[in-house]
Design a protein around this ligand. Sequence first.
Ligand SMILES: O=C(O)CCC(=O)C(=O)O
Length: 204
Amino acid sequence: MSITSISSDYIDRGIKQKFDQKLIMVGRLGYFSPSECDRIVESAMRLPQKPGLIKGHEDFASGDFRRNRIAWIHRDPEFNWMITRLQEAVELLNDKYYRFDISGFEPIQFSIYDNIGDFYDSHIDINLDCDMMRKISVIVQLSDENDYEGGNLEVFSTDSEYAPAPRQRGSVLAFPSFLVHRVTPITKGKRLSLVAWTVGPNFK
Ligand SMILES: O=C(O)CCC(=O)C(=O)O
């Protein structure tokens, strides 16, 4: 049996499994209410913004691999409620599904895709120059799904193709940081998201 047909067998099983059984991505749909999303966006839009760059490749021409703007959210009285709730959700998801050894969270990234063509090409979130190993990447869909077209968060799946993540506003979506993922180009409107990472000791 050739390698190709072995991997096809595996791919077929993947297709028949349900979203949360594959463990490619798990999440809580609509975890933050629309008014909570509004509150997060209102506070986050006041933070200093800069172009999204690639860690370790900050000299990459902006736009070759990623084009959007970001701001960093740290623990502070304005954001503590959101950070606490987000961390609770991620810890529950980790306990239930991945059971990775996690010891903390990095600062949260607020991402803005508001120009036609803004995107983030295929990448993984594990970097050699991070202080601790990133374990789980977490996305919060802050925009109403009807407010933008394109701008899909997609994770490379067992079906040998990219699986689009749910777009429902307020959803918290989590996947292992070593999985390849991307955000497809925005073709209309504006997409806002939060990106968080749990960290912990290296995988063994
Ligand atoms: O903005 C998003 O939804 C995902 C961003 C992303 O993949 C990342 O920052 O690693």
